[in-house]
Design a protein around this ligand. Structure first.
Ligand code: 1QQ
Length: 376
């Protein structure tokens, strides 16, 4: 029973329920707040991703509302990283809360379940961290400002190959996570493109805690590096076990590595972990400095990539809402979002391409002395 199938099923059921929810595309009533739904992974094993997204969104919302050009109200739903929960959340937001658009969900797998519902309901939906292949192929109401792995991974792999003269590596990924599988495939292709040999490919599952069998095997093959596609929880435990097993080579990750939780959980074992990110707080830029300072004042920590991408996503919505001239018209909002070409956010210059994927830059980062720093 795939997420897609559940999605279709619930959509059909909602459709048969019959006209309980009024369409949210009446003309704008001056000054009315635009209701935007948020589906995020806010509790459970990957909660740090969704919590960071919420913090980024809250800061952006307060600033946008203070500016006064458009007014935004956010309605949060916790998906707990689960496709069925994400589907229930989206159906509620679309049919009960009557949101004009949705931000999220956090995971690509959740988007594969929820995107078709939003698309068929004519509700724009934007992923801020959905980096797998094929996300926007779901339909023309589906957007993302998340940097696809197909842009991020080749940069990280190429940099690591050059920097550490990699010839042979081992691969690991979580095989029951749609995004992790997609990220692994992208890694495999990037390694091929760089002429690197893959000595072994080992799998595990989300929520696994014992990686000794895979790492014992990998250790015996003496790779120059290990590449891992998984969320921070599993990646951190892999790193810890790897160092214990005597594997002290660089690790290259996919987007799951981009949470400071990776470093918190792995401790010293995270040193040398490499990942490409659309966000780097250390850049000399006034907009970034202000965002970091304001976020710190509110949340007592430096914003991570998930906070920054969510922060920019709400500004992108605000700018589209302003152009659309309506706080309730879902179709106008979709069309307006699609025209965003010259946006300047804390993650840099941003535009949607004609497939509603982002055109934006990435920085390759490495964990050094317990911090993500730029790998040059
Ligand atoms: C995806 C991701 C994850 C790392 C988000 C937390 O990139 O599921 O697409």
């Amino acid at each position: 029973f795939t997420g897609m199938m559940i999605g279709t099923l619930l959509l059909t059921t909602a459709g048969c329920g019959g006209g309980s929810a009024p369409a949210a595309n009446s003309a704008s009533q001056g000054g009315e707040a635009a209701k935007i739904g948020v589906v995020a992974y806010m509790s459970g094993g990957g909660a740090a991703y969704g919590q960071a997204q919420k913090e980024g969104l809250e800061l952006a919302k307060d600033e946008i509302n203070a500016l006064g050009k458009v007014k935004i109200e956010l309605v949060y739903e916790d998906s707990r990283g689960d496709k069925t929960e994400a589907i229930n959340a989206a159906n509620k937001l679309i049919n009960k809360d009557n949101v004009v658009g949705i931000i999220g969900p956090t995971l690509s797998g959740e988007m594969f379940a929820v995107g078709p519902i939003a698309h068929q309901s004519g509700v724009p939906i934007m992923g801020t961290s959905t980096t797998a292949e094929g996300i926007t192929d779901i339909g023309e109401f589906v957007f993302r400002n998340a940097l696809p792995e197909s842009s991020a991974v080749p940069q990280a792999v190429k940099m690591a190959v050059q920097k550490y003269n990699l010839k042979k590596v081992a691969l690991m990924y979580s095989s029951n996570n749609d995004w992790a599988v997609s990220g692994y495939k992208t890694m495999e292709q990037a390694l091929k493109d760089n002429g690197v040999e893959v000595l072994a490919t080992e799998t595990f599952a989300d929520k696994d805690t014992d990686f000794s069998a895979q790492l014992t095997k990998i250790s015996s093959l003496k790779p120059d590096a290990v590449m891992v596609s998984s969320l921070y929880q599993e990646a951190a435990l892999v790193l810890r076990k790897a160092r214990e097993t005597g594997i002290n080579v660089p690790f290259v990750g996919t987007n799951g590595f981009n949470s400071p939780e990776l470093i918190k959980i792995a401790g010293k074992a995270a040193e040398g972990a490499i990942v490409a990110s659309p966000w780097y707080p250390g850049k000399e830029n006034e907009k970034i400095k202000k965002f970091v300072a304001d976020y710190k004042a509110k949340n007592n920590k430096v914003p991570d990539q998930f906070a920054a991408q969510a922060y920019d996503a709400l500004y992108i919505y605000a700018s589209a809402l302003e152009k659309a001239g309506s706080s309730t018209d879902r179709t106008k909002l979709r069309d307006s979002l699609a025209t965003i070409k010259d946006f300047q956010g804390v993650t840099g210059k941003f535009a949607f391409d004609d497939k509603r994927n982002p055109l934006m830059d990435a920085t390759v980062l490495i964990v050094k002395d317990g911090q993500f720093t730029e790998l040059k």
